[in-house]
Design a protein around this ligand. Structure first.
Ligand code: GLU
Length: 499
């Protein structure tokens, strides 16, 4: 039996939620749920210049949509509030004072110009910049005097000599940093700890201690921050949590995933018609695998199966095709009624269905039936639009290739006319009745069924691609179908097609 975990997802509300963040949120969630622990949402909003309420709302809404419900956090509260980092200022200040009092931190009076000069010199020498430590050992009286004079200062952490290491409970194992390379880092910005701002490596450690976090799972872009955080834990007399750094997500060209490669923001995936089930499933596999070929998982199954030991060692390449494929599989698994409900906003947004079409109204069963017929032709919700539109809008024009390759073929007009007659006379306007009428007609005309069907499909939908012709006709009804054929025949006449 492993001990209960407390994990957190700690986004900064400074922009859109990126798929990398979503993966981090998901893995934290899975670990907590799988081990019966707590999943905490903490909004790291101490960067007041870049944090926005809009971004915070977006994050909360996105996690809701994904179904990654937090146990403690904004809007929910919990025993370790506040869950907005900006609410913990007094505690940060107290911790900073304590570090200062105990000699783990010291005021640094260096001006921006002085620090810029140091940085410039390092650049010139081709060395990585580390603070020189100029204010590290100032004489006590001098410090008192300068503080009494109100000279602005930043508070720096006094990095001890030696090495800082930790062991990750994954194949990454031990990670170690030489402290000398860290440099005394700023934990509180100028002009003083009464004004100014506390900085990330410090606030994150204080917050994680306050919230009794046991595991920190985050992207490995944070790995170089970790030794600083570990040092703060030690200086505050706290045991560091287990750190797990997740390998980066790369684009297909093995560069860091960016907009060049495709969608990166969660909102964009949503707009494109991804399901939460599809994204969660794909992102779970992007950095973790059960060691089998298994690809499809529900959230509940992921909770069952997820483990830190099976996290991948190497960077993951975002495969958009696979993501789409998995979304398609998750879509297929939903009942048609549910698919229709989820597709509705996309259909309405694209004007493919009447704006007033609502679930459980008169027109609803027909839409469900259409969606049922579309079956697994689509992988994204937005793709329903193409197939659904013709059922609500008669074609006003015909797709270019359909005109050239179908309507323009010699004999097309005759086949369409004969098809019209078959539709007009068919005994019952159902899929099966239409199919047998068309089979008979094809035999009579000595043409393949396909040849007969093609111009009809174009007449009914405007395109060569769509769901089965007989299903289409049945769903349109005889009157609408005949009207559309009429319209197509006049189009062919006026364009001299298909004679
Ligand atoms: N606010 C930080 C970020 O969004 C959190 C990093 C962490 O998980 O410690 O990158």
């Amino acid at each position: 039996m492993t001990s209960p975990v407390r994990v957190r997802f700690a986004p900064s509300p400074t922009g859109h939620l990126h798929v990398g963040h979503v993966r981090t949120a998901l893995y934290n969630f899975l670990l907590a749920r799988g081990r019966g622990g707590a999943y905490v949402l903490r909004i790291e909003d101490t960067d007041t210049e870049r944090s926005t309420t809009e971004s915070r709302r977006g994050i909360i809404e996105a996690l809701d949509w994904l179904g990654l419900e937090w146990d403690e956090g904004p809007e929910k509260g919990g025993p370790y509030a506040p869950y907005l980092q900006s609410g913990r200022y007094e505690e940060f200040r107290a911790a900073a004072r304590r570090l200062w009092d105990e000699g783990h931190a010291y005021p640094c009076f260096c001006t921006t110009e002085e620090l810029d000069a140091e940085r410039e010199e390092a650049r010139h020498e081709g060395e990585a910049y580390v603070y020189s430590g100029r204010c590290r050992d100032l004489d006590r009286d001098e410090v008192e005097r300068r503080l009494a004079d109100g000279e602005p200062y930043a508070l720096r952490f006094r990095v001890p000599p030696g090495r800082t290491s930790w062991v990750e409970p994954t194949s990454r194992g031990m990670v170690a940093f030489e402290n000398a390379g860290l440099g005394d880092f700023v934990i509180w910005r100028r002009p003083s700890i009464d004004g100014g701002h506390p900085l990330y490596n410090f606030t994150v450690a204080v917050d994680d201690i306050a919230m009794r976090i046991t595991h920190v799972l985050r992207g490995d872009d944070h790995i170089s921050n970790t030794p600083r955080q570990v040092l703060i834990y030690h200086a505050l007399g706290a045991e560091p949590p287990s750190f797990v750094h997740l390998p980066m997500i790369l684009g297909p060209d093995r560069q860091k995933l960016s907009k060049r490669h495709g969608a990166t923001a969660l909102d964009e995936f949503r707009r494109q018609g991804y399901l939460p089930e599809g994204l969660v499933n794909y992102l779970a596999l992007l950095g973790w695998s059960e060691g089998e070929d298994r690809e499809l998982y529900s959230l509940a199954e992921l909770i069952e199966s997820f483990s830190l030991e099976r996290l991948n060692k190497t960077a993951a390449v975002f495969d958009y095709d696979k993501c789409r494929h998995i979304n398609g599989e998750q879509l297929k698994a939903l009942p048609a009624e549910e698919r229709a409900r989820r597709a509705l906003p996309y259909l309405r947004g694209a004007g493919a269905v009447p704006a007033e079409l609502e679930p459980d109204t008169d027109g609803w069963p027909r839409l469900v039936e259409i969606i049922e017929q579309i079956a697994d032709r689509v992988k994204l919700l937005s793709e329903y639009t193409f197939y659904v539109r013709p059922f609500y809008h008669a074609p006003t024009e015909y797709e270019e290739k359909a005109v050239k390759k179908v309507l323009g073929k010699s004999g097309a007009r005759e086949r369409l006319e004969r098809g019209r007659a078959a539709l007009a006379e068919a005994d019952g306007f159902t899929h099966d009745a239409l199919e047998s009428a068309f089979r008979e007609l094809a035999a009579e005309l000595e043409v393949g069924l396909g040849k007969l069907i093609q111009p009809l499909r174009v007449a009914l939908t405007g395109d060569r691609v769509g769901i089965g012709l007989f299903e289409t006709a049945e769903l349109l009804g005889r009157e609408a179908a005949l009207e559309r054929i009429e319209h197509c025949l006049s189009f062919m006449d006026s364009h001299d097609l298909g004679a």
